[in-house]
Design a protein around this ligand. Structure first.
Ligand code: GTP
Ligand code: NA
Ligand code: MG
Length: 283
């Protein structure tokens, strides 16, 4: 529709790969946090969504990172992460190489038709063999750029922060080529990336807005759930009034817990929201 109102939006970047290859550690370095150390069993069990200002050419560029689990049990989350992303960052540990969930993540990124950037991680470790990983990549049709192919590959140590700047620069270059736009001046639409029941807040869902702007007070329908947005929270748990294109936000006010992966949209009234939700429940 309203093409003239399209504006630049931040890139959504999903980090995927085999279990323990260093995805959360990479995001911790980028965000200056310590999430990985606090995870039960050292395993990521949900999708984390974070707004980050990345310094590029002395300017701060907003972008959104999604952290996905690498454990084999969480394939649905990897698929969901790939579906809402603009670029897939596939992390491969240099001492372990391409493993089953690496292949799975690559397949999800290909199915979603999104560009892939490879981060060969843990290059600081004894037994790291980045050349071997490059060969494995080439053998599955992901020819590294430095070998004449089309896949950007950056060798990093997420733990030490080595070459993470190079990785971010590479990713932002790929994002620029995508010319990512949306219209922030309309009712929001997007995808539910996480949902659950909170003891005090009731049904809660993390939305990622893909077009428009979601505002407190909006009426939303998401799958068979609906409601009036009573409060919005960012990833730190701080209340916010609205969330524009690409921005992840936690939503309070739904009647039931929606299904992660379903889409949401803002509608004109609570009556319409309920009718749409009920029609979906019956079909
Ligand atoms: P899941 O989300 O559970 O799939 O794991 P993950 O990919 O997020 O890996 P995580 O960040 O939890 O890291 C797993 C282990 O690898 C931790 O002990 C990290 O400290 C370690 N690690 C991550 N990156 C590096 C690195 O660059 N070098 C070294 N030496 N260790 C690393
Ligand atoms: Na882990
Ligand atoms: Mg993790």
């Amino acid at each position: 529709d309203d093409l003239d109102k399209l504006e630049d939006r931040p890139p959504v970047l999903t980090i995927m790969g085999h279990v323990d290859h260093g995805k959360t550690t990479l995001l911790d370095y980028i965000r200056k946090t310590k999430v990985a150390a606090s995870e039960a069993g050292g395993i990521t069990q949900g999708i984390g969504a974070y707004k980050v200002l990345v310094p590029i050419d002395a300017k701060l560029q907003p972008c959104v990172f999604l952290d996905t689990p690498g454990h084999e049990a969480f394939g649905a989350m990897r698929a969901r992460g790939a579906r809402v992303t603009d670029i897939a960052i596939i992390v491969v540990a240099a001492d372990d190489g391409i493993r089953p969930q690496t292949n799975e993540a690559i397949a999800h990124a290909k199915a979603a038709g999104v560009p892939i950037v490879i981060a060969i991680n843990k290059i600081d470790k004894d037994g790291a063999n980045p050349e071997q990983v490059m060969q494995e990549l080439a053998s599955i049709g992901l020819m590294p750029e430095e070998w004449g192919g089309e896949v950007p590959v950056v060798q990093i140590s997420a733990l030490k922060g080595e070459k993470v700047d190079d990785l971010l620069e590479t990713v932002m270059l790929v994002a620029e080529l995508e010319e990512l736009k949306a219209n922030p001046h309309r009712g929001a639409k997007g995808t539910i990336i996480e949902a659950g029941l909170h003891k005090a807040k009731g049904p809660m869902a993390t939305f990622i807005v893909q077009n428009g702007t979601l505002k407190r007070g909006d009426m939303v329908v998401c799958g068979e759930a609906y409601g009036k947005v009573r409060a919005l929270f960012d990833e730190k748990g701080d209340r916010v009034d609205e969330a524009g294109p690409s921005i992840p936000v936690q939503v309070m006010g739904l009647n039931i817990v929606p299904i992660a992966g379903d889409e949401f949209e803002v509608v004109g009234s609570l009556v319409v929201a309920r009718e749409k939700a009920e029609a979906r429940a019956e079909s």
